[in-house]
Design a protein around this ligand. Structure first.
Ligand code: FA5
Length: 335
């Protein structure tokens, strides 16, 4: 039996030596290593070996098996044109790949920029970490104004006077645009703003605003309202209605609150309601003076809308917090 094993090893190795392609390798594997192959046959024959001979024959059989398998592996490595490593069954269903999609806020921002771009607004930018000049002084918000207190702002390092803060409004970009560009100008700015507001269904401590600024000669409130009506109809559809309510902002005079009439589903029934989207008005002469623009020659309007509110209205989202929880089940609805 031991001599047979020696002969079998030599025979297998000699046969393997002349194999030169994938088909030959496979034929060798089936003949020698397969479930009905020669090695299996010999293993089955082990039952007939006497008790005394069994340990030696068993040991030798394992050696021959290892020798043939080792030689086969080396040969396959050198010969095969198939990909190395574990074989992949391409018919297996595999794992589904989670497909990414743009966040509903990103979609809203892109749509807003698209509409304003078509209306002639170019995009301007400014930092989220601002100084008090751009967030307050230049916007006609004096030192004594209650909106400058630590309870209404995120000041850097908790210090208040003459320090940096996270901007509370994108109106800061109005100032930056007017400082770096000469009128006439027509810009919009989109970005994050921060306020220490308590979180509820319509308030968050970080949210987004879109700012619009148009400066030219003889700009009037009519231009502002026409622009907002055009924007609303282009963004929300022809049925969109807006109204301006008198209000106050230090950097516009006169100032107004922009409301939009929207269909809200209540108890499964559509209901039309006026919803506040933002503020607007004619640029205050003090703002022009702060940035060195002559208010006798130039006039302008500005508006600032909360983008979360816009998205909530457009997509029927009832709670602002859903926008920031990153629950894929919620986000997938807008993909
Ligand atoms: C302003 O921020 C002014 N800068 C707007 C403006 C621009 C007026 C240009 C005149 C000229 P207000 O604080 O009202 O205004 O905020 C504007 C909008 O931001 C609100 O109408 C609302 O839609 C949104 N908003 C305000 N606070 C929050 C908050 N905590 N969470 C989500 N959205 C908010």
């Amino acid at each position: 039996m031991l001599a047979d094993l020696d002969a079998m090893e030599l025979e297998a190795l000699a046969e393997l030596a002349v194999v030169s392609d994938d088909a030959g390798l496979e034929a060798f594997r089936v003949r020698w290593l397969g479930s009905n192959g020669r090695l299996r046959e010999v293993m089955t024959g082990l039952k007939g070996v006497s008790k005394e001979e069994k340990p030696a024959v068993g040991k030798r059989l394992n050696e021959v098996k290892a020798s043939i398998e080792g030689a086969f592996a080396v040969k396959r490595e050198a010969t095969t044109t198939m990909p190395k490593g574990p074989l992949v069954d391409v018919t297996e269903p595999g794992f589904p790949v989670g497909e990414g999609a743009r966040h509903v806020l990103t979609q809203t921002i892109d749509e807003i920029v698209d509409v304003l771009g078509r209306m002639g607004f170019s995009v301007a930018d400014g930092p989220e970490l601002e100084d008090e000049w751009h967030n307050f002084n230049a916007l006609n918000i004096p030192e004594s104004h209650p909106a400058r207190g630590p309870a209404d702002n995120f000041f850097l390092g908790g210090q208040v006077a003459g320090k940096l803060l996270l901007r509370t409004q994108t109106s800061t970009v109005q100032i930056r645009a007017m400082e770096s560009m000469k009128p006439p100008l027509k810009i919009c700015a989109i970005g994050r703003v921060y306020r220490p507001d308590a979180h509820d269904a319509t308030h968050y401590s970080m949210f987004h605003q879109v700012e619009g600024l148009f400066i030219d000669r003889k700009v009037s409130m009519v231009d502002l309202k026409t622009t907002l009506v055009q924007f609303a109809k282009a963004f929300f559809g022809p049925e969109a209605e807006i109204r301006l309510r008198p209000s106050f902002f230090p950097f516009t005079e006169p100032s107004a609150e922009l409301d939009m009439k929207m269909k809200i589903m209540k108890n499964g029934k559509p209901e039309w309601k006026w919803i506040e989207l933002g503020g607007c008005g004619m640029v205050d002469p003090n703002v022009f003076k702060a940035v060195g623009i002559d208010p006798e020659e130039w006039t302008g309007f500005a508006f600032g809308l909360g983008i979360e509110r816009v998205a909530m209205r457009k997509y029927g989202i009832g709670d602002i917090r859903l926008l920031f929880e990153n629950d894929a089940r919620f986000l997938r609805q807008f993909a």
